[in-house]
Design a protein around this ligand. Structure first.
Ligand SMILES: *Cc1c(COP(=O)(O)O)cnc(C)c1O
Length: 420
């Protein structure tokens, strides 16, 4: 959260007081720091040095066109999980030859779109998908570049909903079935086997699970090589964690250093390119959700601060029991602090953003819900017919509106009443 700092009692994003963002654009509003996004990506790029490494940005963390555009200009590749996300990359000026296409349920139309755009690689998650891709590519007279997503059965040590590399998860091809799937792939005329990949989960705060996954992949790479199936890249997915509260994830540099050391010890290590698919660690701490306190209220048990943002704007607390910092935009040194649950107006008891926070606040105050740049707006809904928040990117002391606040009329514009 380096780009969000107090100057005196006022919370700034880069050089701009968040209060002026609220004045100009209203609340709730997602506010991102351009510098924080660029710096996070640049740190990966620096850590990669001159190696053959493609750092993709996993679009699903925050798919605003301005974010994609910014990262495309910095040289990012993109990890997509739908045809819709491919359209976003193209609309934002991203280079399709730096796109990897992940996801367990790719439809034929999505495959066609990706083949025609010329994506770098399909990360294939089942034999059925492999056969479908071969057929679709054949009909277009193309060869589809593929990597098989292997489920290495390693525990990422993270929340069950964001852990993806365990045997019981729906993702990938089981490690012990991967060899057979590669043999199938190798004999299909319209696919070209180029890599192997995995993605074991999200918000991973230690290097060990990445290394365990890499070891499993390298083992397979060797077995495949012995059979004459030669791979050009290893894609280790994303999942690097960020600090929400007191987590201490490894630095981007430390993670890469450990991975490179392991690759360099492999006899054919120099022949593999590496691909990564980071989402949260690029945008997570680059954004806040700016919201205003509507009411303070208490009952026998609790004090509540009812704010104008809700679970439809930021779903992570309701969905994963996630912890986000809560920062007063104008600190009140002199006022006494009380312990509050920060809740929204949605008609669900699960509609909370933070619980048990000691804050000195009054009705009308602005709060910043911290670390909301990833899986915030991207997961927002219109539940309770709530228009989704505006999005703003701040660059120095300039604020750019990158998504207008939705109008309520637009929410039911596609609906029709029954005929009389
Ligand atoms: C979600 C996802 C990512 C990004 O995960 P982060 O934890 O945001 O880095 C990467 N690859 C795939 C296949 C994903 O589904």
């Amino acid at each position: 959260m380096d780009a969000f700092q107090y100057r005196g009692n006022s919370l700034l994003v880069e050089d701009l007081p968040l209060s002026s963002v609220a004045e100009r654009f209203g609340t709730p509003t997602y506010v991102y720091s351009r510098r924080a996004i660029v710096d996070a990506f640049a740190e990966f790029r620096r850590a990669a040095g001159t190696r053959d490494v493609l750092v993709c940005y996993a679009l699903k963390a925050n798919s605003n066109l301005a974010v994609i555009d910014l990262l495309a200009r910095e040289g990012a590749g993109f990890d997509i999980v739908s045809g819709g996300e491919l359209k976003r990359v193209l609309a934002a000026g991203g280079d399709p030859s730096r796109v990897v296409f992940s996801g367990v349920g790719k439809q034929e139309t999505e495959m066609r779109m990706a083949l025609e755009a010329g994506v770098r690689c399909f990360n294939v998650e089942s034999e059925s998908e492999l056969l479908r891709l071969d057929r679709v590519a054949g009909a277009l007279g193309r060869r589809a570049p593929v990597s098989l997503r292997v489920n290495p059965d390693v525990d990422a040590g993270t929340h069950p909903y964001i852990s993806t590399g365990l045997r019981e998860n729906k993702f990938g091809i089981a490690h012990d079935a991967a060899l057979a799937a590669y043999r199938t792939a190798a004999r299909l005329p319209n696919v070209e086997v180029i890599g192997i990949d995995c993605h074991i989960g999200s918000q991973i705060t230690s290097i060990d699970p990445f290394m365990a996954a890499l070891d499993k992949l390298l083992e397979l790479v060797d077995t495949l090589h012995a059979e004459g199936i030669v791979l050009r890249h290893i894609d280790l997915g994303g999942g690097l964690g960020i600090r929400y509260a007191d987590e201490e994830p490894p630095s981007r540099e430390a993670l890469f250093r450990a991975i490179f050391e392991r690759i360099d010890r492999h006899p054919r290590g120099a022949s593999f390119g590496l691909v990564f698919e980071f989402g949260r660690s690029i945008v997570g701490n680059a954004g806040v959700l700016l919201t205003r306190v509507e009411y303070l209220k208490s009952n026998a048990e609790r004090r509540f601060a009812i704010v104008d943002a809700a679970m439809n704007d930021l779903m992570r607390p309701a969905l994963y029991d996630a912890w986000h910092g809560v920062l007063p935009v104008e600190a009140r040194d002199a006022s006494p602090a009380q312990v509050y649950d920060i809740v929204g107006p949605v008609c669900e008891s699960g509609d909370w953003l933070a619980r048990g926070r000691k804050l000195a606040i009054a009705e009308g105050d602005l709060l910043a819900i911290a670390s909301a740049g990833a899986y915030g707006m991207a997961m927002a809904s219109n539940y309770n017919t709530r228009a989704r928040a505006a999005e703003v990117i701040v660059d120095g002391s300039d604020a750019h509106l990158v998504r207008e606040r939705e109008s309520v009329e637009s929410l039911f514009a596609l609906e029709r009443r029954l005929p009389r």
